[in-house]
Design a protein around this ligand. Structure first.
Ligand code: CTP
Length: 230
């Protein structure tokens, strides 16, 4: 009888510890209301599974999502952008790489109320917001030899914006995603992405998110083997 050939993926991340962020964040307006976005967390969770299957120790910092927790992965659950930043800053020093796939809120209420806002007590017509910290930029500024990967969700001028983000954030790779396409947006099971790095651009075809995740993991392994920019 022919021996069975195992199709288990190459363990290209064996011995590496990888931080991954996923999902949206929720920014409290009052105890029952929040600002959120349409991120499902599917991409970040697919990356966490792919990195685990490639032999990495995975720490998944997850915003509020409604998808099953991957097995064999350490999960840190957070709600707000501030909590996500705190968890990432705690976990990053012990990691070899970070892939920041979360759709972090860019703005948060400047004065969240401790009590539910009542309509008959003036209600809410104006909401003052302040910017959140940029986690990708923060981690990139302290990365040393670690690899840091960010995402760029764009609706127009994809490559220009992704190249600007690569420089502005100081990371090693941007996964650029045209979210104006119905087959490549929040909640879909497929994605058409382009890897944008200082040494060039690689456009991938439309693929299931699991396959995008596997290719990203292979790219990360190559980046770690070659040495990242400091
Ligand atoms: N990101 C982050 N912290 C934030 C906002 C974004 O770490 N406060 C990260 C995301 O996880 C993603 C990357 O930055 O990896 C790009 O996110 P995106 O929303 O596309 O870009 P922004 O920097 O928010 O810029 P803009 O919304 O103006 O396009």
């Amino acid at each position: 009888m022919e021996p069975t050939i195992s199709e288990s993926p190459a363990r290209v991340l064996a011995g590496r510890r990888v931080l991954i962020t996923a999902g949206p964040t929720h920014e409290a307006i009052d105890p029952v209301r929040y600002i959120a976005n349409a991120s499902s967390g599917k991409m970040g969770y697919a990356i966490a599974r792919a990195a685990r299957d490639a032999g990495a120790e995975v720490v998944l910092v997850s915003g509020p999502v409604a998808i099953p927790e991957p097995e064999g992965v350490e999960i840190v659950r957070v709600v707000s952008a501030a909590e996500m930043l705190e968890a990432c800053e705690r976990e990053f020093p012990a990691c070899d790489a970070a892939i920041l796939a979360a759709a972090v809120a860019d703005f948060t209420p400047a004065h969240p109320r401790g009590r539910k806002i009542k309509k008959d007590e003036g209600g809410l017509t104006i909401l003052e917001l302040k910017e959140t910290a940029d986690i990708l930029k923060e981690l990139s500024s302290k990365k040393g030899e670690r690899a840091v990967v960010g995402f760029a969700a764009e609706t127009n001028d994809l490559l220009t914006h992704a190249e600007e983000k690569l420089e502005e954030k100081g990371c090693d790779l941007i996964v650029a995603n045209d979210v104006s396409r119905a087959d490549s947006t929040f909640g879909s099971d497929t994605d058409q992405v382009t890897f944008v790095a200082p040494d060039g651009v690689a456009e991938l075809p439309l693929l299931p998110k699991d396959e995008v995740a596997r290719r990203l993991v292979a790219r990360l392994a190559a980046l770690l083997a070659k040495g990242t920019r400091e």
